[in-house]
Design a protein around this ligand. Sequence first.
Ligand SMILES: CC(C)(COP(=O)(O)OP(=O)(O)OC[C@H]1O[C@@H](n2cnc3c(N)ncnc32)[C@H](O)[C@@H]1OP(=O)(O)O)[C@@H](O)C(=O)NCCC(=O)NCCS
Length: 145
Amino acid sequence: MILREMIEADLDAVLRIEREVHGHPWTLGNFSDALRSRYQCKVFESAGVMMGYAVMLLAVDEAELLDIAIDKAHQRKGIGRKLLEAMLSLARHESMRRMVLEVRASNQPAIALYRASGFEQIGLRRDYYPAANGREDAILMGKGL
Ligand SMILES: CC(C)(COP(=O)(O)OP(=O)(O)OC[C@H]1O[C@@H](n2cnc3c(N)ncnc32)[C@H](O)[C@@H]1OP(=O)(O)O)[C@@H](O)C(=O)NCCC(=O)NCCS
């Protein structure tokens, strides 16, 4: 597996995955903005095939994981865990002290992945996300690096 910079030419493939795996996907504009800003936008590849991607913001000494996704066809093979590990390593390398993220309370696969990788709940934002039937809580999670 190779972690590399995401570039504009990746965005078709990124959006295909994003729309497949997220109920409320990021838009092309969201990814273009992230690429133009100082976000860490990475693609995870195996033999030239995109398995997934992640977007992270580095702020002073805290990394915020804004998006992480694995192509549906390649989920449950340990790739998400490896990609998260790669983002944690990158954050450590950039001298971050903590990684934080927000996850929908209903997103049990992601919550299980984060717990298995050492994240703990550090907060709750009630009715934070729009959802199919109204609103949904965000769980804030964090891990020291
Ligand atoms: C969350 C996500 C990145 C996990 O990627 P993945 O490659 O399938 O995960 P892995 O195979 O590395 O699994 C690692 C651990 O996560 C947990 N996990 C992953 N998928 C799960 C599922 N469907 N149900 C329960 N636990 C799950 C398990 O603890 C798993 O360990 P195990 O296989 O030893 O039981 C993937 O499901 C995804 O892209 N989801 C849609 C996007 C998303 O929700 N991103 C997070 C936004 S905050």
